[in-house]
Design a protein. Structure first.
Length: 238
């Protein structure tokens, strides 16, 4: 069970590393503008072709635009493409998705959390080497998923089952069930996607609001649950 919970936390924690780095200036890139635009055009084809914004990831020769960089960044997230995440998110080099490899079905579960992700880029405001894009981010509504999963884990604990493989399978099945229910009730958040330009390459800042949006409210849901637990422990100690 712990391994499954770690798998869920691993993706969120990995992406939160970019949020922690988001307030820092973008590092200078050594690649040329031509290489940058080539990287954009190679963005994952896993993002739905029905999304008008996905087409913007195919950058022409020359510098990337904020829209192209944002599209490439979101397509990388959808594909769990660590190389592209490092290229198009500020602090993305801190993301190490390989940390999930030792975790039981970590990659499978991570893909489960991004398969319903989509985005729609809107109005762009540029100011020198900074830009803001009004963006609609949609994913399965996972705001209560972690709370529901913890409740299920507690139910499993009182069954007396000691076979770790069976427990992990039960929890994994529950995660799949919960995400399946969550995607029937998608949630869309409107966020300001902030970008910074360095050497002709625009990079996305993964701040807390954007992180929560791309994860379908999972982050704020976890934080709320932790606050409730902390409050309950404080009350019990008084």
């Amino acid at each position: 069970m712990k391994k499954i919970l770690v798998a869920i936390l691993a993706l969120t924690t990995a992406l939160s590393m970019t949020a922690c780095s988001g307030s820092k200036p973008a590092e200078q890139e050594t690649s040329s503008a031509g290489e940058a635009s080539s990287a954009v055009s190679e963005s994952s084809s896993e993002a739905s072709s029905e999304e008008p914004s996905s087409e913007q990831s195919e950058a022409p020769a020359g510098d990337t635009t904020p829209e192209q960089a944002a599209a490439a960044a979101f397509d990388a997230f959808k594909a769990l493409d660590q190389e592209k995440i490092a290229e198009y998110f500020i602090g993305g080099e801190n993301v190490n998705l390989s940390n999930m490899s030792p975790v039981a079905d970590g990659e499978k579960l991570s893909k489960l959390f991004v398969e319903n992700f989509s985005y729609e880029l809107g109005e762009v405001t540029e100011d020198g080497d900074s830009a803001v894009i009004k963006t609609k981010v949609t994913n399965a509504n996972m705001s209560t998923l972690f709370n529901d999963l913890m409740a299920f884990a507690m139910e499993q604990a009182v069954t007396g089952e000691t076979d770790e493989a069976k427990i992990n399978q039960a929890v994994e099945d529950k995660v799949i069930e919960l995400v399946g229910t969550a995607k029937e009730n998608p949630v869309t958040a409107e966020v300001d996607v902030r970008l910074t330009k360095a050497n002709g390459v625009w990079k996305v800042e993964m701040d807390e609001n954007l992180l929560d949006a791309v994860m379908g409210g999972l982050v704020s849901g976890m934080a709320e649950m932790m606050e409730q637990m902390a409050g309950a422990l404080t009350s019990a100690a008084e």
